[in-house]
Design a protein around this ligand. Structure first.
Ligand code: BGC
Length: 375
């Protein structure tokens, strides 16, 4: 497998630096500051025999350290989670990865609709061409010193009928986890985006636990990201029993108030009525956000689980750019000041922070994410 070969030497070189970084690091509590990201070594394509088998050489990274390394991230939304890449406007391109890294981001989260690219019947084989496309995305990210989170996104059939899709979902993760087992620990797995519908909290919890068992067969120490049901919102994280595993990071999505962030979003019922909503950052606006993040920080401390905000952002079709920047700044700082790292939703489509036509960052939003310039 091409991607495997590409990582062998890098794995060997990089394992040394990871071990140096982590050998004396006991699990620690989240701190309010974002340390500089420890970069993986560049991926060097060499013959496989030049390096040792990488799976055994990576030192595990405790989830608190990894959560901090995720730093400030960006979702590559609307590309690989469209039914077919390109159908929602975005095709990923090599130039985007150095651009994103130079734009200050440490991590890319890659939403992926695996369910549209795998056999419907056993053994539920993932289309090899699609797999190679994901290999390429991961390789681009690692080559550009970006951590990469891959997930399962928009598995709509699963939300409708979990029982019917259960075995297939596990089979997808078995293939994904097996294929990427030798990649560095800066590749993280997030089993499912925004569980909802018939995937209630109880059902999702059972499915997550089984998925983790499957992943752990091939990836005993990789950091895995878990979420609550009900679209991954905060309240659902609070009601999930934290699974027993030493390498887990919790995630949630923050879009509150939806009336502002999702005004006019045609995939949200009733959102046409929200058009014109402002976010002025009044005392009560700010208090609502502070309350949510205080509750989250308490939960994280009580459970001793690090938290990563995997999505936050606002839809740009109708909302005022000035308000979007104000909200983005407030939410990003609310997270950072409590030691919570994040990934903005998203790169360059409806919520985007980058304008592809003009080939530039949308300055007010980018500045909201990086108020003191880039780290
Ligand atoms: C969904 C996107 C949506 C975004 C904001 C994501 O999790 O996959 O389709 O645009 O949330 O609503």
């Amino acid at each position: 497998m091409k991607i495997k070969q590409a990582y062998r030497l890098a794995a060997f070189l990089w394992a040394g630096s990871v071990m140096a970084l982590t050998s004396c690091a006991a699990p620690q509590s989240p701190t309010p500051t974002l340390p500089p990201m420890a970069s993986p070594a560049p991926v060097i394509a060499r013959e496989p025999e030049m390096g040792p088998a990488p799976a055994d050489t990576y030192a595990p990274i405790d989830p608190f350290t990894m959560q901090q390394r995720l730093g400030r991230g960006l979702n590559l939304g609307n590309a690989l989670e469209a039914p077919n890449e390109g159908e929602w406007g975005l095709r990923l391109d090599a130039y985007m990865f150095p651009l994103i890294r130079e734009g200050g981001f440490h991590t890319v989260r890659v939403p992926i609709r695996w369910s549209a690219h795998a056999l419907r019947e056993e053994p539920f084989t993932i289309d090899p061409t699609f797999f190679e496309r994901v290999d390429w995305v991961i390789e681009q990210a690692l080559n550009n010193d970006l951590n990469v989170v891959i997930n399962v996104h928009h598995y709509e059939e699963l939300f409708e009928n979990p029982n019917a899709e259960w075995t297939r979902f596990l089979a997808l993760w078995d293939q994904i986890a097996t294929r990427y087992r030798d990649l560095p620990p800066t590749v993280l797995f997030e089993p499912l985006n925004e569980p909802h519908g018939a995937l209630t909290s109880r059902v999702w919890q059972a499915l997550f636990n089984e998925t983790l068992t499957v992943i752990r067969r091939t990836n005993p120490t990789r950091n895995v990201i878990f979420t609550g049901a009900n679209w991954g919102r905060l309240s659902s994280l609070f009601s999930i029993a934290v699974p027993q595993d030493p390498y887990l990071i919790a995630t949630f999505h923050f879009y509150e108030p939806d009336t502002f962030t999702h005004q006019g979003a045609n995939w949200v019922n009733g959102s046409a009525e929200w058009i014109g909503a402002r976010w002025l950052g009044t005392e009560s606006d700010r208090l609502a956000i502070d309350r949510a993040f205080n509750a989250l920080a308490r939960w994280s401390k009580d459970k001793n689980v690090p938290v990563w905000m995997g999505e936050f952002g606002s839809y740009g079709m109708y909302a005022e750019l000035e308000d979007r920047a104000r909200w983005t700044d407030y939410v990003a700082r609310a997270a950072e000041s409590r030691g919570i790292t994040w990934a903005y939703w998203e790169f360059s489509e409806g919520f985007g922070v980058y304008n592809r036509a003009e080939q530039q960052w949308i300055e007010p939003l980018h500045r909201a994410l990086f108020p003191n310039g880039q780290p």
